[in-house]
Design a protein around this ligand. Structure first.
Ligand code: ADP
Ligand code: MG
Length: 231
């Protein structure tokens, strides 16, 4: 069995539908969708060790099946520059999680590479009752949330369709370079769309997928947060 089916059967056996970030990112890695390097720590000492292995600065995030929106729970701390900051962030995140939901089951704290700020894009998938697996693309932040500047295609998509999805959003010029911002690596985003298409076609039990945000760089791209929900 491959990793993706292992992850999905374990989630099911635990009676869950929403994958943890670690689980969603493990699946991304198998589908060659680039994600920030990550390691799950079970205590402060491990968190500090993993941070040193990954390299500073790092980000720490709560991992709990009962906390879906991690930053709402005070469960995300970014730009931690040394082991002292990592240890105190670990304690603070657990404290915040307890305050947010005292009954939340805590799996651990995810230590991850801090992705440099860049133009943010979003790749999503949703299983439409009529059309089946459908892919979504947009630019991050206000473009999707406020302006609904998004585009959809029924999966599976071709390379050409992936490219169309990117070029047809209104915010596309932001990806071609402006002022001090260099052009984004469109091919890297095309590859993420194609690999996401393959993933949701291979696993029809995926009801929702959200790679949000993905940092789009001049060379390459990196998924910072990944969510997958099963039927
Ligand atoms: P959630 O959506 O569950 O609140 P995220 O993982 O999306 O949690 O984290 C919230 C925000 O923190 C992200 O949108 C991003 O701006 C920032 N962030 C999270 N992880 C990283 C990372 N590895 N590198 C850089 N920024 C990050
Ligand atoms: Mg997020």
């Amino acid at each position: 069995m491959n990793k993706t089916s292992d992850v999905i059967s374990r989630v099911r056996s635990e009676g869950r539908k929403t994958l943890l970030e670690t689980e969603a990112k493990t699946i991304c890695v198998e589908y060659a969708i680039p994600v920030t390097a990550f390691k799950l720590a079970k205590n402060e000492k491990e968190a500090a060790e993993f941070a040193e292995q990954i390299g500073f600065p790092v980000v720490l995030k709560i991992v709990s099946p009962d906390i879906i929106h991690k930053s709402d729970a005070g469960g995300v701390m970014v730009n931690l520059k040394n082991t002292v900051e990592v240890r105190s962030a670990y304690a603070k995140i657990l404290e915040n999680a307890k305050k947010y939901n005292a009954a939340a089951k805590i799996v651990g704290v995810l230590v991850q590479e801090m992705a440099p700020q860049s133009t943010e894009v979003i790749v999503g998938a949703i299983k439409d009752p009529q059309f089946g697996q459908t892919l979504m693309f947009g630019l991050g932040g206000i473009f999707v949330e406020l302006l609904k500047d998004v585009t959809f295609r029924i999966a599976p998509i071709t390379r050409e369709e992936a490219r169309e999805m990117i070029t047809e959003v209104k915010a596309y010029p932001l990806l071609t370079g402006y002022r001090n911002t260099p052009p984004a690596d469109i091919d890297a985003i095309v590859t993420i769309l194609l690999n996401t298409s393959k993933l949701v076609m291979d696993y029809p039990e995926i009801k929702e997928l959200d790679l949000n945000p993905i940092m789009a760089y001049e060379k390459g791209a990196k998924t910072v947060d990944a969510r997958i929900i099963l039927e």
